[in-house]
Design a protein around this ligand. Structure first.
Ligand code: PLP
Length: 414
């Protein structure tokens, strides 16, 4: 009897402790202990599909360019495309070109994307192609800046250097790139499923066929901006913008964005800013592109008389023809150099030459519209891509373009 009592007490105590612990830590506690929040019954959340590197492309910030906004009394906003993983706005285009080609079957996994470009598009294609299981072959003129070819090669793309000739010549780098894709397709057809590849002089890389990206004429370029850049600008400004301005290389950006914005609100003014040597200003303002003598086919080399890179052209591309523009401005190389240094000093923005030209366009538009307006432009790439020329003082001094402005006075005499 004497041993039964403590055992019963012990059992009762253990039961009480278990009950209190259950109440304290079970889901029921919130009813008894109101300071504890009842856990929400979570429906099984569908896991978000993650797509790797390509997911980091686009959705770039829209930055207020403080110095230009304060100087003009307008809100001047720059879309920070230099923050894309491949370093420029062309990442969007590379993704769209590859995705559309894979969808249509024009490109297959393991195939090779070819492009004739010494610039941002080649770097973006070389960056993005591996994410789709594809390879990249870039044809560049052999006078292109050495560091660009180095970057493209370092990214794992094949780089083929050719002599610079006119676009009408069969060996112009764009035409060679087109040919390489055709050659790859012929080889792939010959090899069938490519289980046994004979070394016939062409690399194994070509055995799955090729696809010519063709950024100038491929409207996937336009669509990248119509479906991506344009809607992002609209959402980021909540539709409160008065003007958009950008320079054109292929014309994809200015066309895609202007078309989208005009469809949302026809009152949004869209402008081109054109560098020296380009015929697009004339085309927009007077309806003619160039005189007979100025046509690209008549020039042997360096058809553009500008140090800005990636912008200016003397032929009408399918992409540019999609643009919906209200007008055009001209910008000079000196203005672009001065603008880049001004933004560096006042805003901490280290941008490339085409972005500097775009900012000149934004100030011209701000001055034309007057204070109180919101103007959006594009910051296409970073100054890091432009160290050997645009940010090289000796190079600029030799051309009489060394910066010496102290404020925005360099824009006073267009
Ligand atoms: C650095 C840079 N900025 C601007 C552009 C012009 O953009 P788009 O080709 O969409 O006209 C390019 C085109 O190659 C570029 O490389």
């Amino acid at each position: 009897m004497a041993t039964e009592k403590p055992a019963g007490l012990f059992a009762a105590a253990a039961l009480s402790i278990a009950l209190v612990s259950y109440l304290l830590f079970s889901h029921q506690t919130s009813a008894i202990l109101p300071w504890r929040k009842a856990p929400r019954k979570c429906p099984r959340r569908k896991r978000k599909e993650r797509r790797g590197l390509v997911e980091a492309i686009g959705n770039t910030p829209l930055i207020r360019i403080n110095s230009l906004s304060d100087a003009t009394g307008c809100e001047i906003l720059g879309k920070a495309e230099f923050l894309n993983p491949g370093g420029s706005i062309k990442d969007r285009v590379a993704v769209k070109i590859i995705e559309e080609a894979l969808e249509s079957g024009a490109l297959v996994e393991g195939g090779i994307v070819t492009e004739g470009s010494a610039g941002s598009t080649a770097i973006s294609l070389a960056t993005v192609a591996p994410a789709y299981g594809c390879k990249c072959h870039v044809v560049i003129p052999d006078d292109a800046a050495a560091e660009k070819a180095q970057i493209i090669e370092a990214l794992g793309a094949n780089v083929e250097r050719v002599r610079p000739v006119s676009i009408t010549h069969r060996d112009h780098f764009v035409n060679v790139a087109r040919r390489r894709a055709l050659e790859a397709n012929k080889l792939a057809a010959k090899l069938g499923e490519a289980s046994e590849i004979k070394d016939n002089g062409m690399s194994k890389d070509y055995s799955k066929g090729g696809f010519f990206a063709d950024q100038f004429e491929n409207l996937a370029n336009f669509r990248a901006h119509y479906e991506g850049t344009g809607p992002e600008i609209w959402e980021q400004t909540e539709g409160n913008l008065d003007a958009f301005v950008a320079a054109a290389g292929t014309g994809g950006t200015v066309a895609g964005v202007s078309r989208y914005l005009k469809e949302k609100n026809p009152n949004v003014k869209c402008f081109l800013i054109d560098p020296p040597g380009s015929g697009l200003f004339n085309r927009v303002t007077r309806g003619v592109l160039y005189t007979k003598e100025e046509a690209e086919g008549r020039r042997l080399k360096n058809p553009f008389d500008t140090i800005t890179e990636g912008i200016g052209i003397n032929r009408l591309t399918k992409n540019f023809l999609m643009a919906d523009l209200d007008g055009a401005y001209r910008g000079t190389d000196k203005e672009a150099v001065e603008m880049s240094r001004y933004l560096l000093k006042n805003d901490g923005l280290f941008i490339g030459s085409s972005s500097a030209m775009n900012c000149i366009g934004a100030v011209r538009a701000a001055r034309a519209l007057g204070p109180g307006h919101t103007i959006v432009t594009i910051l296409c790439d970073s100054g890091i891509r432009h160290l050997s020329k645009f940010y090289n003082t000796q190079y600029l001094t030799d051309l009489g373009l060394a910066p010496n402005a102290t404020a925005l006075e360099f824009l006073d005499h267009p």
